[in-house]
Design a protein around this ligand. Structure first.
Ligand code: NAD
Length: 492
């Protein structure tokens, strides 16, 4: 059992404004730990008037921070790395407490965040802009400039990692950053905010505003907010995209997913068994990169047996964490019943797994494998966001890719095979932004960027890595001539 420490009394969630933690006076909300269902935190949402005040302070701070040389800004990020590594166990405890992940998963998420931080630190050496004599005595130059105040709205499923996709890069590039964490998991933001303060980030450069719809809309609408990043479900991503884009703002909104794995008969059963089982059960299936539909091509019984063996050996609370809310467990239970009614067979029933001793009040569901799923049914098409995999039986790679291509989403797709030429067929045909070969969760590592396509993303570019730099900054183009030229040629 993961040793999650429950605080003696509920943690008060406040807002980081101008370098100080202040309470809100909006609607009251509570945070229940998925591990035991107990209230572990509470707070009052940041109301519109307080949002406006906070963004005024952020705007003032952005002027000085944006004018600070990149190398000086980076020194804060070096300090932050030391602090996060020092406090990783403490922050992992909080992430697990409010999100339900295992401690190992929480720690891995923070390590991925630190990887993004290291990329941001490297920008001082890598991102040199560029200057060239384009004609006699005429020079062109690229100069990267911050946008001013930018905002990010993040989901519950990675309370530390998803914010850390953007915090280090956008702040290192010289912006003042307004963060609206998920209202289901806001406690982690108190610890990350403290880490930035201790690292020496000037007051107002990071603003944290907790709350729900009213807080989000007030942030988007504020005229000083120049760009909006969002990660969450496709429904809300669409709303946020439309609202911000209608105001003429730069917006990148990452949405939900329904990820496919193409399993071929020549796949190594051990590699496929581990890779696929870990993909759909990791973080209790609450990952936008989790395997959701297994396109089983031909005779793959050995591999499916290996997936089942690994999944059924899992112990809740030890190998797998909890589901975010009671309502989501009810939704998932109903989805399993609906799939069965639609003709699927249940190969492994997560509803029969035992909650960990003493944590029966928590929100639990074990790994679930649905077989012979109709590709037109809900279990094959709708994002469930839980530890459920739907096996759709197909006769060929072409049939598999037709199903994959017809799905609205486009986050991830993987193939398991020992044949490079067949793997390439799937890689080329996949309608997804991130594709894996013998990898269950094909998350690109820095400096490669993260981002899907189709209904999994509204806007352009990616949210991390090299492809994110132009989203979080403007590139000024400067053309200079100091001397008059006797032999006049183009632009000289
Ligand atoms: P969500 O869309 O419910 O919430 C995301 C954020 O939006 C939260 O901060 C929430 O407070 C806010 N919000 C909720 N309703 C809103 C509204 N009506 N108007 C404005 N803001 C609103 O998502 P979630 O349940 O927190 O997270 C799970 C979803 O996120 C899944 O669909 C998952 O696939 C997706 N996700 C996607 C990625 C990706 O990279 N594509 C990464 C992680 C999670």
């Amino acid at each position: 059992m993961n040793d999650i420490q429950v605080p003696e009394k509920a943690i008060q969630v406040s807002h980081l404004i101008g370098g100080e933690w202040v309470p809100g006076s909006g609607s009251q909300y509570n945070i229940e730990s998925p591990y035991n269902g107990e209230v572990v935190g509470s707070g009052k949402a940041c109301e519109s008037a307080l949002v406006n005040k906070a963004i005024e302070k952020a705007s003032a701070a952005s002027k000085t921070w944006g004018a600070t040389p990149l190398k000086e800004r980076t020194s804060v990020m070096f300090n932050l790395r030391e602090i996060l590594l020092r406090d990783i166990d403490k922050i992992s405890q909080i992430v697990s407490l409010e999100n339900g992940k295992t401690l190992g998963e929480s720690k891995a998420g923070i390590m991925k965040g630190i990887e993004v931080l290291e990329y941001a630190i490297s920008l001082q050496n890598l991102d040199q802009g560029g200057r060239m004599e384009v004609s006699r005595g005429v020079f062109c130059e690229y100069r990267r400039e911050p946008l001013g105040v930018i905002a990010n709205i993040t989901p519950f499923n990675f309370p530390a990692m998803v914010p850390m996709w953007t915090l280090p890069i956008a702040i290192t590039l010289g912006n003042a950053y307004v963060w609206k964490p998920s209202d289901k998991t806001p406690i982690t933001s108190l610890y990350i905010g403290e880490a930035f303060k201790e690292a020496g980030l000037p007051a107002g450069v990071l603003t944290i505003l907790n709350g729900g719809v009213e807080t989000v809309n007030s942030i988007i609408d504020h005229k000083e907010v120049k760009a909006v990043g969002f990660v969450g479900s496709s429904k809300i991503a669409g709303l946020v995209y439309s609202r911000a884009a209608a105001l003429g703002k730069r917006v990148l909104a990452l949405g939900g997913a329904k990820n496919h794995i193409v399993l071929l008969p020549d796949a190594d059963p051990e590699i496929a068994g581990r890779g696929i089982a870990d993909s759909f059960t990791g973080c209790a299936g609450q990952r936008c990169m989790a395997a959701s539909v297994l396109l089983a091509v031909g005779d793959v019984e050995k591999q499916i047996a290996a997936i089942k063996k690994r999944a059924e050996s899992m112990t809740l609370g030890l190998d797998m964490g909890a589901i975010i809310t009671k309502e989501q467990v009810e939704f998932l239970n109903a989805a399993i019943s609906k799939a069965e009614a639609a003709g699927a067979t249940i190969l492994l029933d997560g509803r029969k797994f035992k909650a960990p001793a003493g944590k029966e009040g928590g929100f639990w569901l074990g790994p679930t494998i649905l077989d012979n799923v109709d590709p037109k049914s809900e279990a094959s098409k709708v994002e469930l966001f839980g530890p459920i995999i739907s096996i759709v039986r197909v006769a060929s790679i072409s049939e598999a890719m037709k199903i994959e291509n017809e799905n609205d989403y486009g986050n991830a797709c993987s193939v398991f095979t020992t044949n490079g030429s067949l793997a390439e067929k799937v890689v080329s045909a996949a309608s997804a932004g991130m594709v894996g070969v013998n990898i269950g969760v094909p998350v690109p590592r820095e400096p490669f960027s993260f981002g899907g396509i189709n209904h999994s993303k509204f806007g352009h570019g990616d949210i991390t890595g090299t492809n994110s730099l132009n989203f979080w900054s403007d590139m000024k183009k400067i053309t200079t001539k100091w001397e008059s030229q006797k032999d006049s040629n183009w632009m000289s």
